[in-house]
Each structure stands twice: as structure tokens, then as C-alpha cells.
Design a protein around this ligand. Structure first.
Ligand SMILES: [Cu+2]
Length: 147
């Protein structure tokens, strides 16, 4: 048994390819339909870290919008507020849910009409620089459970 452990330790240290890394997966991505001409829309998705090290989400960007930021809605003394989120750390295997009433992607100044049925590419940025992109389906509700 001891010999096996020693062998395992040797194998792990001998392999330079083994490096802990976070890996971002985006599922259930959608943008809520807004009235034509709206200058502000909201996007939602589930961000999951499928890697084996913590991942830090630092922001988002999209060619379809002038500005994209991470926001959270909260009620303070009965009044709805939104605040900008700083960077968000996701532990290995953990998920962060962006959904109506809570965290959302604030999509400002659309550069063209955002119509139901479209898929809008949004990139989620991470501290490691890797990030991930997904097509956000424009509609009135979250897409069906499968990613
Ligand atoms: Cu917002």
C-alpha cells in the first residue's frame, strides 16, 4: 500500500501536464425580450466551473451591445435596486445562477434590434483570460432545460 502511494506521488509530480485549472461552462442562456427601442435589456444563464481550480468571473462583453456588466437586483426597504457585482469566484464544481429577480447581465445600448428568436453571442470574461462564449436565446422565458 505504501509503495502504491509512493508510486502515485511520483507519477503526479513527474507529469508537468497536470495543472489545476478552472473551466467555465454556460448553460440555459437567454435574453428577456424587451419593447422595440429599449436601451437596456437583461440576460440570464447558469455559469458552472467544470474545472479543478477556482474560477473568477470578472465581467462580460458582446458585440451586440455598447456595454455589458454583471448586476444583482435586491429589494431594500421595499424598493427594487440594482447594484454592480464585482468579480465573482466560482469554486470547482459549483454554479452561479443568473435569473430574473437576482443576478443578471445588464445589456446596455443594443447596436441593432434584439428580436425574439435571435441568438446573441455574449462572452463571459474570467481572470485567467480564458472565459467562454455562448449564444443567448432572445425570448420571454428561459430556454428548455437542456443546454
Ligand atoms: Cu441591472
Amino acid at each position: 500500500m505504501l509503495r502504491l502511494i509512493a508510486l502515485l506521488a511520483l507519477t503526479l509530480t513527474a507529469s508537468p501536464a497536470v495543472r489545476a485549472a478552472g473551466r467555465l461552462e454556460i448553460t440555459g442562456a437567454w435574453i428577456r425580450t424587451a419593447p422595440p427601442g429599449a436601451m437596456m435589456l437583461a440576460g440570464y444563464a447558469t455559469l458552472r466551473n467544470t474545472g479543478d481550480a477556482p474560477l473568477t468571473v470578472t465581467g462580460a462583453s458582446s458585440e451586440a451591445f455598447g456595454d455589458v456588466s454583471l448586476h444583482e437586483s435586491a429589494e431594500v426597504d421595499g424598493v427594487a435596486h440594482m447594484k454592480a457585482l464585482g468579480s465573482i469566484e466560482i469554486a470547482p464544481g459549483a454554479s452561479i445562477v443568473f435569473a430574473p429577480g437576482g443576478k443578471h447581465l445588464m445589456l446596455m445600448r443594443p447596436k441593432h434590434e434584439i428580436a425574439p428568436g435571435q441568438s446573441i453571442e455574449i462572452r463571459i470574461l474570467t481572470k485567467s483570460g480564458e472565459g467562454a462564449s455562448a449564444g443567448f436565446a432572445v425570448g420571454d422565458a428561459a430556454p428548455a432545460a437542456n443546454p
